[in-house]
Design a protein around this ligand. Structure first.
Ligand code: C5P
Length: 231
């Protein structure tokens, strides 16, 4: 009888703001019982702590902030305030911020045999050896519509035009920065979510992940996938 050892499978999900990568990663994590990490929330946490420190930050402070991160602390609605969002992409340009967070992410990934991590540079810098790399894209109009819906559900008053402008600016900064810019890894699968319903996206992702696991391990029973908590 063939004995299958605990399987290891790592997925990177990169893409621009509101491209659907978080929703997609959470879907995958739930379906395949993988651990999930949003790297964006780590940048947001550093931004929030910087704001609480009168907008002053340096390498020493960022190291201290990163050391203090717990998964519980990342469950905070304040991390999605427009001010925090804006500052997160500004501090993300600093090498000392990226390096401190790189260690955090690498440590998280090392501890997980089944993991999906989403962000901007996961497939290129953080997990260049990921088993499956996904790269999400979506039209700006559709992204703005989706974000506006989220803001409305949080009772935040903002116009479609303002949402669109903020998205364009953040994507521009993330794509054009010198270190770890948002870029599709050569071997990443492009997923355009513009015209996909949630159901269609789910079906597409399940197919991609299943085929990719099959490619690595052959046919597996679902029970071989170890159960992990989703963050
Ligand atoms: O994904 P999210 O919108 O939460 O990310 C907030 C910001 O953090 C991004 O606009 C980007 O500037 C930064 N970020 C990054 N690298 C990552 C994840 C996020 O630079 N891997």
């Amino acid at each position: 009888m063939k004995i299958i050892k605990k399987i290891k499978f790592k997925i990177s999900a990169d893409g621009s703001s509101a491209s659907g990568k978080t929703t997609a990663s959470k879907l995958i994590a739930k379906k395949f019982k993988m651990r999930f990490l949003s790297s964006g929330i780590l940048y947001r946490f550093c931004a929030l702590k910087t704001i609480e420190n009168n907008n002053k930050y340096n390498a020493k402070l960022i190291k201290k902030i990163v050391k203090s991160i717990t998964l519980k602390k990342l469950d905070n609605k304040k991390l999605y305030n427009p001010e925090v969002t804006r500052l997160s992409s500004i501090i993300a340009k600093k090498p000392f911020v990226r390096n401190a967070l790189k260690s955090f992410q690498k440590n998280f990934i090392k501890k997980s045999s089944l993991v999906v991590v989403e962000g901007r540079d996961i497939g290129t810098k953080i997990m260049p050896n990921a088993d499956l790399k996904l790269f999400f894209t979506c039209s700006t109009k559709e992204k703005a519509k989706r974000r506006l819906k989220e803001f409305k559900s949080l009772d935040q008053k903002i116009s479609l035009n303002q949402v669109e402008k903020a998205l364009i600016l953040r994507d521009k900064e993330d794509t054009e920065r010198k270190i770890s810019p948002l870029i599709k890894a050569k071997n990443a699968v492009l997923v355009d979510t513009t015209k996909l319903s949630l159901k269609q996206m789910e079906a597409k992702l399940i197919n991609l992940v299943k085929n990719s696991i099959k490619k690595k391990y052959g046919n597996l029973q679902r029970s071989k996938l170890t159960s992990h908590k989703t963050v």
